[in-house]
Design a protein around this ligand. Structure first.
Ligand code: PMP
Ligand code: GLN
Length: 379
């Protein structure tokens, strides 16, 4: 195989979900909810299939969804986008990230990413021929050190690949951190690709999109997705917003990756984006309670818990339980306790930093989380 596939192997999520099925374990590994999104959303997709939304939609996405995405950005963040020129529908955020990198990274360019980073970033950067430069968020608070960010910039730096709310740490970047990122991007004339798929899953503090900062409108590729907000991770409907130039560049790459994305899902997601505030508030309150249930339970079991402000995930340090290596711990966990988790080390270039860390997903029914905690008592 080609060199660009070196080191990519099988994703940790596929490996761990297969292990969960094979061993009958409670799967707190891969981040997907165990209840599907709102009934109206599911019914709308079925109705769309029945009424003929089954052929190629327009390359940039169906007009109703592009309008709904623009309305959503206005409603939640006061950001104004023209749905015809500033919005692109993609096959999940994953495709948006890949297309964004292909659109802006030349072979040999450096891409700065916050470490630990979501695993598709490494692949996307490699496919574009770029070089990954990690800036480490350090446990237990996982704050961004702006001096380290500045020091990571070189004449070859092209893109800052930012993720907030952040997977796997659950960090929400602060206003100061976001302003610092903006300052670096403007000073060095960088493109910023910002993955905000967890924008509505924030339990402490608030999420402010990078695109709202002065100087960012023309250089930011903003990415989100329906998967997390509407608990339909298998639908793979994502989107990009940005300046017309940015969106055209990403569209050029996207059109030859997949051309278009999930026709019947698009009108359904359009309606869901317009759901009332009560939908978004309930989503958040439910997940906050689950975060607390799992964090408190893991702390009682003796883990050092790094309580996340957002997302589906909590990171723990396993050293207080006498373990040192998360990969070994996670490989043995299904057998020993009937639970699956993700070794955070796989999201690090500086593997020793991530070695004692393990990520657990709490986007599960409370009874399932309780069952996992009961099983973990055997450790
Ligand atoms: N970015 C982050 C940070 C994620 O955690 C995920 C996965 N769930 C994605 C992107 C991928 O999103 P999608 O399923 O919409 O492709
Ligand atoms: N984003 C999900 C996670 O971090 C999984 C996505 C995937 O399976 N690629 O667990």
């Amino acid at each position: 195989h080609a060199e660009r596939l070196d080191g990519l192997g099988t994703t940790i999520f596929a490996e761990m979900s297969a292990l969960a099925v094979a061993t009958g374990s409670v799967n707190l590994g891969q981040g997907f909810p165990d209840r599907d999104g709102p009934d109206s959303l599911l019914e709308d997709a079925i109705a769309a299939i029945r009424t003929g939304a089954n052929q190629y939609p327009p390359a940039r996405g169906v007009p109703a969804l592009r309008q709904a995405i623009a309305d959503h950005q206005q409603r939640f963040y006061g950001l104004t986008y023209d749905p015809d020129t500033q919005v692109l529908v993609t096959t999940g955020a994953t495709e948006a990230i890949a297309a964004g990198l292909l659109a802006f990274v030349e072979p040999g360019d450096e891409v700065i990413a916050l470490e630990p980073y979501y695993d598709s970033y490494a692949a996307g950067i490699a496919f574009a021929g770029g070089r990954r430069v990690p800036v480490t968020l350090r446990a237990p608070a996982y704050r961004l050190d702006l001096d380290e960010l500045r020091a990571a910039v070189t004449p070859r730096t092209k893109v800052l690949l930012i993720n907030s709310p952040h997977n796997p740490t659950g960090t929400v970047l602060t206003d100061e951190e976001l302003r610092g990122i903006r300052d670096v991007a403007v000073e060095h004339d960088l493109v910023v690709i910002t993955d905000e798929v967890y924008e509505h899953l924030v339990y402490d503090g608030t999420h402010r999109p990078l695109a709202t900062y002065d100087g960012m409108a023309e250089r930011t590729v903003s990415i989100s997705s329906a998967g997390k907000t509407f608990a339909v991770t298998g639908w793979k409907i994502g989107w990009v917003t940005g300046s017309p130039e940015v969106v055209t560049a990403v569209t050029t790459a996207k059109q030859f990756l997949t051309y278009t994305s999930g026709a019947p899902f698009q009108p359904a997601v359009a309606n869901a984006l317009a759901l009332g505030n009560d939908y978004y508030e309930t989503l958040c309150a439910d997940l906050r309670a689950r975060r607390d249930l799992l964090c408190d339970g893991l702390a009682t079991l003796g883990f050092e818990v790094h309580r996340p402000a957002a997302t589906y995930f909590v990171t723990t340090d396993i050293r207080p339980l006498g373990h040192t290596d998360g990969i070994t711990f996670c490989r043995q966990l299904p057998e020993k306790a009937g639970v699956v988790a993700i070794p955070t080390q796989v999201f690090y270039d500086h593997q020793s930093v991530g070695q004692p860390l393990v990520r657990w997903a709490f986007c599960k029914q409370p009874g399932i989380l309780q069952e996992a905690l009961t099983r973990l008592k055997q450790l």
